[in-house]
Design a protein around this ligand. Structure first.
Ligand code: AMP
Ligand code: GLY
Length: 422
């Protein structure tokens, strides 16, 4: 069987690694992939966001299944175009991916179906948005670009000045391009955050799993928001009754709502939650796995990922068990100094990069230079992942020991991933 994976990051390396272990013995091609993925799959020089080029390539390759890692091609209709050509795809249609592609659309869907989420108003004129924001107490709102803004579209302002700046930067100065021409001003919630993932096939929702990601650049959750500096997953993050509550009040109603409104969801659904005093509420949905959450999660997935993706793509997920084991797993992202701001690339990477049972180093931003050496090629360079059936402490110390042995000029990582979970 042939599988085509779309994407080039640590998430896609982890997905490809897990797919490669399938009993279906797939022959995997990844577009565009990275040097880590190239060791376990074929690579195609096709950009992950170039929907037309992917369609052209897939029509030639004729895979049995396409697994889409990132959100942008899904929001742009990749799944629909593959389906038109009778190519099975794991990933939602453009209309279902609106749950990530438009925050106002997602909020309206949740309001219509009584799914707990913050109150919000939508604006496409800065003056109206500012008068509304000024009518709210300082520090009580969040300003969000409506569309996809590569994880940078959310501002959590403390003062009226910061709120006004966020509004004018998005709408008038187009800081996020067209994605911020419309903004959502949302009630600011308080509480710990939790990411919950489930495989969804129409109204069917698999057993969910929880992870926590560490977005801020430095230890102690300080510094700029990044794409993710680390992630942790363990069954203890969210006990069975809390998980059942999240499933019944959030995941299942949303899957049902999408199906009933003519946009059945097929893929992995990622709910970003805030655990408030009045229960879990949704602060965002994503139409894909989180990165770096996916990397430690793949160490907890006991089921066959290729079987799961195939069954979702064929609308028969109910037959396919999804089993997350009871281990805990930690992912530490080794970044280029400066990230998420400006950073250098092209530095040689030295050290062991194992891909074994309970320790896996996934490539995120790497390249091979003209001398055949592995070098840095991005802000997030490697995701060092370890799992343990014994303790969080064991998983952490394995991950950090490996991370400390990886060397390149400017290598840096947070030292407190999962520290408070011990
Ligand atoms: P996002 O880019 O959507 O992942 O959001 C970035 C961060 O903004 C989240 O991880 C939260 O910390 C924060 N955030 C988003 N929405 C809200 C909200 N309604 N209330 C408080 N914080 C929020
Ligand atoms: N780690 C956050 C995300 O993938 O959106």
């Amino acid at each position: 069987m042939k599988i085509l994976v779309i994407g080039s990051g640590g998430r896609e390396h982890a997905l490809t690694w897990k797919l490669a272990k399938s009993d279906l013995e797939p022959q995997i091609t990844c577009a565009p992939g990275n040097p880590g993925i190239a060791e376990i799959a074929d690579i195609a020089d096709v950009g992950a966001e170039d929907v037309d080029a992917i369609i052209e390539f897939a029509s030639k390759l004729n895979p049995d299944l396409v697994v889409v890692g990132p959100e942008a091609p899904l929001v742009d209709g990749l799944a629909d175009k593959l389906a038109e050509r009778d190519i099975r795809v794991f990933g939602p249609s453009a209309s279902a991916a609106r749950i990530e592609g438009s925050k106002s659309w997602a909020n309206d869907l949740m309001y219509r179906h009584n799914v707990p989420c913050p109150s919000s108003r939508t604006f496409d004129e800065a003056s109206a948005a500012i008068s509304y924001a000024e009518s709210q107490p300082a520090g009580s709102v969040v300003v969000k670009a409506d569309g996809l803004a590569a994880g940078k579209g959310v501002t959590v302002p403390e003062t009226a000045e910061e709120t006004i700046a966020a509004i004018t930067e998005a709408i008038d100065q187009r800081a996020f391009g067209d994605a911020g021409a419309t903004i959502v001003i949302e009630e600011r919630l308080v509480g710990p955050e939790l990411s919950v993932f489930a495989f969804v096939d129409g109204e069917f929702v698999s057993d969910p799993v929880a992870a926590r990601d560490y977005k801020r650049a430095y230890d102690g959750n300080i510094g700029a928001n990044s794409g993710g500096m680390g992630a942790f997953t363990s069954p203890k993050l969210c006990g069975p009754s809390d998980m059942q509550h999240i499933r019944e009040t959030i995941l299942e109603p949303v899957a049902r709502a999408l199906a009933n409104e003519g946009s059945p969801y097929r893929g992995v659904l990622y709910a970003g939650l805030m655990l408030t005093d009045s229960g879990p509420k949704v602060i965002e949905f994503n139409s894909r796995f989180g990165d770096p959450e996916c990397e430690p999660l793949m160490l907890r997935l006991d089921s066959d990922l290729a079987e799961i993706c195939m069954s979702v793509s064929e609308g028969r997920m109910a037959e396919c068990p999804v089993v997350w084991n009871d281990n805990c797993a930690v992912g530490v992202v080794v970044v280029s100094d400066g990230y998420p701001g400006a950073y250098q690339t092209g530095h040689r990477i030295d050290g062991e990069l194992p891909l074994e049972g309970d320790t896996a180093v996934f490539h995120a931003g790497t390249a091979i230079n003209d001398d055949g050496e592995l070098v840095t090629a991005g802000g997030r360079v490697l995701v060092v992942t370890a799992s343990s059936s014994q303790s969080v402490a064991a998983a952490r110390s394995n991950a950090y020991e490996l991370a400390s042995e990886i060397q390149f000029t400017g290598a840096r990582y947070r030292s407190d991933i999962a520290e408070n979970e011990i």
